[in-house]
Ligand binder design. Structure first.
Ligand code: ARG
Length: 591
């Protein structure tokens, strides 16, 4: 559907060109929400300065050339030179209908047609995923779905930690306990125990530590039996990650795995290239890059170590190889890194070096989508009481259990299977929505009670709104089928294509809310801010509530109104589902 602003942008472009000449065609009309109209265009103010003229006069000239026939009422100029815009009810109704038809994708806007590489989730092999990974997974997945929705090609890159020194001790420990043992198997369920045991042995047993170091060397030089053992470890973890992904209902698959190990063969080359270009030099035995503009506390140049003095490569070198790969091999137009905020400096340095090395085309600016911390009720990073990192699987199970309890308190009757299904949709939806509804770079407190609250800006509130509309539509269909309180001869199909009338203010407000959808999604894509879509959906659900309170639907006083309102309700449901779908959240049939 044409978004509200794209229609206006096109008309303003024409008017600006007519009024002031070709070079003004691409001026941003500065369209904002307004207290006195549906929207207002503020372009006359900056333009007046430039043209050394009065803003109100500039506004009048624009309006003179502005053809909004069939879209808006005659625009009014208010205040210092705002152009007030009010859509005609006919245009709103027509576009609601058109939008309902093209439901699954947005109008191809300026955000479309690009290749967007998204690095997200990225847990570590043989380690527990923690709430931090939960958040990068959920936010990254929402961004991936957003970009697909607006018409971009998305390449997911799950940059798992599957390489590096810890694998020496992990492989030796795997051999000690036995590949087929239940202890080994445990990695696919509760990896922390295995990791901790390996760590303890490494710190206390000299012989084990020596074996482990030798094993790292064997791994990095591509020793076949060692690689096979490593594969086994990664395989256990893959099972574990996939179970969490499936519980979370995220779109990551094995095909999206692009772990650190993938770049092993390029690390030496990356270092050599940076040396050749004069960007890297040996400092204290280690190969370092000192990117311009980065300084330490005393103003001294800050190094990024790309090869340690023992010849080993680390996290930074891998990310340099990864950014080069994403720019050059994957052909990224945008590269998003959905990773914890504490890694900000690391990425700034990596991106600066990649730019200096000439690996990035001019239009590509890799973006770190900084993810804030998830806190416990004590305001510290969420941990179990014993101080261990929280097990994500347990946390998710608890959310589902709690959702089940709230369902049992509701009036709806569920079979056991249905109850389990709805509890999963609601419990997981609640957790995901809590991650998504706050700005991604702020921290928030993990609180299941608040997440599962049926009122407020929560997933259950929106899911309930959706389920309620479903129930209204079911009643209407039932009535139509039995001839009940519906007009004789009316069928479901009849109101599904019914003309929409926007007579009441609440109906008009609801229509405007619905039509704001594509603009919001485009904004989320442009600025990587899923919380704006959450706010939008919350407002939409509230607009529906107001409409439902003020405009009788099933018992409307004419058949036309009833059909129109049923259709409007159905479009709200479709919009809610579409929006929640982009966030990776489903709406249950009943709640
Ligand atoms: N595995 C890392 C961690 O757990 C995150 C990796 C993020 N992606 C990247 N390209 N560095 O912190």
């Amino acid at each position: 559907m044409p978004s509200l602003t794209s229609v206006l942008h096109a008309r303003f472009a024409h008017a600006l060109e007519q009024a002031f000449g070709e070079e003004f065609k691409r001026r941003d009309p500065v369209i904002r929400s307004s207290q006195f109209a549906d929207l207002q265009a503020n372009v006359a103010l900056p333009l007046a300065k430039e043209l050394k003229s009065k803003p109100r006069d500039v506004a009048a000239t624009i309006v003179e050339h502005l053809d909004l026939a069939g879209v808006c009422e005659t625009p009014e100029i208010s205040g210092p030179g705002f152009i007030n815009l009010t859509f005609t009810p006919e245009w709103l109704a027509e576009n609601l209908a058109a939008g309902a038809e093209a439901a699954d994708s947005a109008a191809a806007g300026s955000e479309a047609g690009r290749t967007v590489v998204i690095d997200y989730s990225a847990p570590n092999v043989a380690k527990e995923m923690h709430v931090g990974h939960l958040r990068t997974t959920v936010v990254g997945d929402a961004l991936a779905r957003t970009h697909e929705f607006v018409g971009n090609t998305v390449i997911r890159q799950n940059h798992i930690g599957d390489w590096g020194t810890p694998f020496g001790m992990l492989i030796e420990h795997l051999l000690d306990v036995g590949i087929e043992s239940s202890t080994a198997e445990e990695i696919s369920d509760n990896p922390n125990a295995f990791y901790q045991a390996a760590r303890v042995k490494f710190d206390s047993d000299e012989e084990f530590a020596t074996r482990s170091r030798a094993r790292v060397v064997a791994l990095q030089s591509g020793d076949a039996p060692t690689l096979e053992l490593w594969e086994t470890l990664v395989g256990f973890s893959r099972t574990y990650f996939n179970r969490i992904y499936s519980t979370l209902d995220v779109s990551l698959t094995d095909a999206d795995l692009a772990g650190e190990s993938m770049y092993n063969d390029y690390l030496a080359e990356v270092c050599a290239e940076l040396e050749e270009k004069g960007l890297a030099r040996i400092s204290d035995g280690a190969l370092c890059v000192f990117p311009e503009g980065f300084t330490g506390r005393e103003g001294e140049p800050l190094p990024l170590i790309i090869r340690k003095s023992d010849g080993g490569y680390g996290y930074a070198t891998t990310d340099l190889a990864a950014v080069r790969y994403r720019a050059q091999t994957l052909g990224a137009d945008r590269a998003l890194y959905v990773v914890g905020a504490p890694q900000a400096l690391h990425f700034e340095m990596v991106f600066a070096i990649a730019r200096a090395a000439g690996w990035l085309p001019d239009h590509l600016r890799p973006e770190h989508v900084k993810i804030g911390n998830v806190l416990g009720s004590d305001g510290k990073i969420l941990r179990t009481r014993s101080g261990a990192p929280l097990r994500l699987a347990e946390l998710l199970d608890e959310a589902i259990e709690r959702a089940k309890v709230t369902l049992q308190e509701s009036s709806a009757e569920f079979s056991a299977a249905e109850e389990a299904e709805v509890a999963a949709i609601v419990g997981i939806g609640a957790v995901k929505y809590a991650d998504l509804s706050v700005a991604h770079d702020t921290s928030y407190t993990f609180d299941l009670d608040r997440m599962l609250a049926p009122i407020g800006n929560t997933a259950p509130y929106l899911q309930y709104a959706g389920a309620r509309i479903r129930s209204i539509l079911r009643k209407a269909e039932g009535a139509a089928a039995t001839g009940g309180d519906a007009t004789p001869g009316e069928s479901a199909a009849a109101w599904q294509d019914a003309p929409i009338h926007l007579g009441e203010a609440a109906e008009r407000d609801l229509a405007l809310a619905i039509l704001g959808f594509d603009d919001v999604v485009a904004e989320v894509a442009a600025g990587s801010q899923p919380h704006k879509l959450c706010t939008y959906l919350f407002d939409l659900a509230q607009a529906f509530t107001t409409f439902y309170e003020q405009c009788p639907v099933l018992i409307a006083d004419t058949a036309e109104k009833r059909a129109s309102r049923l259709r409007l309700s159905q479009i709200v449901l479709a919009t809610l589902e579409k929006g929640l779908g982009i966030l990776g959240i489903r709406v249950p049939e009943r709640m």
